[in-house]
Design a protein around this ligand. Sequence first.
Ligand code: SF4
Length: 197
Amino acid sequence: MSTDRNTADITHSELVKQGLQGITANILKCKLCQLNENATNKVIMRGSERPKVLFIGEAPGKSEDEAGIPFCGRAGKVLDGLIDYMDLEENEYAIINTVKCRPPNNRKPTQNELRTCRPFLLAQIELLGPDVIILLGNTAEQAFCVSSLNWGEAMITPEGKHLMKLYHPAALLYRRALMEEQKKMIDRNRDLWKKIQ
Ligand code: SF4
């Protein structure tokens, strides 16, 4: 049997056993979906390995693909501004995406691509162990398999985590009214992360 085992054979619980470094190694060698073909870099995560709050975005864009870092372009600046608004310290949050490779022309990942990359997403969530998960947009919601959340209304998962959907930062670019709405949603839910020690 080859030691370079196909990542398709690895379940999310096997990935969890390998730890965050093992997940990274598996993502780096992954060729399970067509998104791998045009990726300059795999985009894995940034932030704390023990976050209170985990943000899940859609997919890497051009800047992220070039740098290998999630949310480092224009939408990333918007997200950084929101993280400041939430009063989160550097060691209190982490950011990942539903898929780790950039879709061509920034299209949305397909259902098949989301499904193929999901073991990495679920293993990252389990190992990072956040108290609050913030899904940035509808694609993140689909990838997480949640049926239908209302914007800015938190729910509790069966694992006891607070889960909430906010607008994707790219949707807020140059849309002041939507940004104000997003800030109100944050204000209504501030206790979720501020009361956690
Ligand atoms: S998007 Fe995910 S499943 Fe597809 S090649 Fe990249 S790491 Fe593998």
